[in-house]
Design a protein around this ligand. Structure first.
Ligand code: ZN
Length: 345
């Protein structure tokens, strides 16, 4: 496997050739400068050999298997590192979240992987399907990656996705709930420089991968949505140039040249509530092609279920990630109101 990867420099190909697991982990050096460890299928860690590094960066993709643009973006960066075109100044772990689902061309095999973190994988029926097993392993890899370094470290986790539907803001990021911690202006301006100028502040703990890293490791962690889902090879990668450039600067320790914080360059939203499904007949009162961030006025009937109407409660609320087809008990849509900068550092 080591020779396969050394020759092809295509980590995604290696991952897809072994979608369940690798028969063995392996490690090697790139020249004198970088140590490489492959821990599992879709899990590769790069450590610069110079001692000055201060950041531990996790870049994850394919937590949803059909969200291909982030997979192509990460694999391109991995290939550049393996080819020694990029020399890292910081530790980086790339995670290809759900290789079996990529194989399948689907969001997941049995269960939405991004609802299984923070221990949810082991609750109720336990580790009974591929996603629960993978969520458990991914948590262990993040733990091993972050916990292996001592001293003052800057931990970062960008979990990269694409969305099912169109969006009024093409690229946006979800900032997990951070009890006791302010939101970081610097991180927000980093994302803005990546072309992600819309930020959603979450209002409560969740079971997502980014919340797991944020809450347990004090990482600057985000779920980042980079546009609409397209099949592998059909993504217009020019839409991700800024993102790739900023990630490259970050990983190689170059000056990020972030602009001053500027509200005018940003759209800030606060999640005001999550609408959960209580009955099988849950139905939205808007058509399937309504875009993310579409706003509805107070009193508007957003959905119906069990003979009752779900109404808009605030003056205006915008929707994001509507999905009526989730199991009963799960979230059907997140509701947003506009936010100011009062909760930023
Ligand atoms: Zn996703």
């Amino acid at each position: 496997m080591f020779h396969e990867l050394k020759q092809s420099k295509d980590f995604l190909a290696l991952t897809l050739a072994h979608p369940q697991y690798l028969s063995e982990s392996f490690e090697f050096d790139l020249g004198e400068h970088t140590h490489v460890e492959v821990w599992d299928t879709g899990v590769i860690v790069f450590s610069p050999k110079q001692l000055k590094h201060s950041k531990d960066i996790v870049l994850s993709c394919a937590v949803h298997g059909n969200e291909t643009a982030p997979i192509e973006l990460c694999n391109a960066l991995i290939t550049q590192i393996l080819s020694e075109e990029l020399k890292l100044a910081q530790r980086v772990m790339f995670l290809i979240g759900n290789p079996a689902a990529i194989h399948n061309g689907t969001r997941f095999i049995d269960e939405n992987l991004n609802r299984l973190f923070n221990g949810t994988h082991s609750r109720d029926e336990g580790l009974c399907n591929p996603e629960r097993v993978r969520a458990h392993k991914l948590e262990q890899y993040v733990d091993r990656f972050y916990a292996s370094q001592s001293g003052e470290r800057h931990r970062i986790h960008y979990d990269l996705h694409t969305a099912i539907r169109g969006s009024k803001h093409e690229k946006f990021a979800i900032y997990p709930y951070r009890p006791g911690r302010k939101y970081s202006r610097e991180q927000i301006m980093f994302l803005e420089s990546c072309g992600v100028n819309t930020i959603l502040f979450h209002h409560e703990p969740t079971t997502t991968f980014s919340y797991f890293s944020s809450e347990n490791y004090r990482a600057d962690a985000f779920t980042i949505e980079l546009g609409k889902v397209f099949p592998m090879g059909q993504n217009d990668m020019t839409r991700f140039i800024a993102m790739k450039e900023m990630l490259t600067l970050l990983m190689t320790g170059k000056d990020l040249q972030l602009p001053e914080f500027d509200l005018k360059r940003l759209n800030l939203y606060q999640v005001c509530r999550s609408v959960n499904k209580h009955f099988d007949d849950f139905e939205f009162n808007f058509t399937n092609d309504v875009e993310n961030f579409t706003a509805f006025p107070k009193g508007y009937t957003l959905a119906k279920e069990g003979g009752k109407a779900v109404k808009i409660e605030h003056e205006f609320e915008s929707i994001v990630f509507p999905n009526a087809k989730v199991p009963v008990g799960q979230r059907t849509v997140l509701m947003l109101k506009t936010a100011d900068d009062s909760n930023l550092d």
